[in-house]
Design a binder for this molecule. Sequence first.
Ligand code: G6P
Length: 467
Amino acid sequence: MDPARTSNGTNRPGRIIVVSNRIPKGDVPAGGLVFAIHEALSGGGGLWIGAADPTEQALDGLTPIGSGIYDRATFAITEEEHHGFYLGYANSVLWPLFHHRPDLLDIQDGDFEAYAAVNRRVARAIAHIAEPDDVIWIQDYHFLMVAQELRYLGVKNPTGLFLHIPFPNPTDVMALPQVAALSSWIAAHDVFGLQTMRDVASADETLRHDPKAEQLPNGCWRRENRTFRLLSFPIGIDAKGFSDTAESAPTPELQLAPKAPLLIGVDRLDYSKGLVHRFEAFGDYLSRRKSGSVRPTFLQIAPVSREDVTAYQDIREELECASGSINGAHSDLDWTPIRYVRRSFERNVIAGLYRRADAALVTPLADGMNLVAKEFVAAQDPEDPGVLILSHFAGAAEQMSAAILVNPFDRHRFADSIERAIEMPLDERRDRHAVLRKTVFEQDIAWWTNSFLTCLRGVPRGYSDPD
Ligand code: G6P
């Protein structure tokens, strides 16, 4: 057979089947993982599978919810499963553990069983519709067991997972009750993609502790007759599209004093984002600010998230307390230094705010990548760009070392960096921005999609599983 031809008898590669927990039921919301998948599938089409709204009863199979450049379908999930799978195992076990917060683990009986049941249902649905040339691309920590279930069902299609969040370090991972199974879940994929080299190193380390896993001289791993790869694919954004949106966005009505610098932060209200540390560093900067000098405003947009999980209720209270106390100490009759806004905004409003801002504070304590850092850079006017202050602990720091890198735990040095950003001369701002912009434009969402899918499609048939 002509090697360029596929087994469906055409030169057309098979469909991409993408699975993610969140799937837009209507318009695609701006930013984040969902927007990235939308961008990825808009290039070449495919099928996107995600969770339906929870109901009383969950039957097997998929329900189509939309078609266009790509098709969308949902799998069913019960209220009880939503509790154990999403609120429980995914967001009270895997999320804190993978964000280096084992102290926030909330391990409850039955949650893992719900997670496994949902993963099995998703695998059955895929097995039912997958055609020989399709590739299966699983997204994130909600579905770590789907590939293994697919293999049990005899599905041999190239199957990859991209983990959008960090990988836990080898000591923390011991706190996962299912730690003994983790490497078999990973080994069921052909390609297990991570955001950074740092994450690949942690995942390699975890596999090294598994006596059944062996790393081959070419860097691939082998476990029980399966060969698989662990690689980093730093996710990007639609840089050109975002830059155009920012350029044409209306100037936001902020009612700031003339020449007052604007600092901005945009994050889901999550304990991993380091919002309290950020507020405190800004408070530290305000305490040292000489009277009569510029009066900056820090606008933090932080829509609430996962409100049914206790750790999220706690961080919300902490943040409200911090912003109230810092504003109480530093506000004046005509100046409130922190504007803390919990609502969300349209994409073009956010883009306009980024372009208007003099600096962005992207300072998580742990983060897979952080696309706000990339969007902020894309939104700037290259002639008069704002400054990116970026945490060492954001995956983006691996590609974006031309930002001002900060340790969010070191409040005083962090405050120094805020001052430095506010005072940075135009030449330095332009130089740093040019370097950052190049990376953000070159390694964009299309580059990410192509890199992952080329790798996944390059998996030779029979390469993974000799049976
Ligand atoms: C992170 C995760 C995504 C998740 C998103 C929003 O970016 O990596 O998988 O969809 O947060 O969280 P939510 O729980 O609202 O889906």
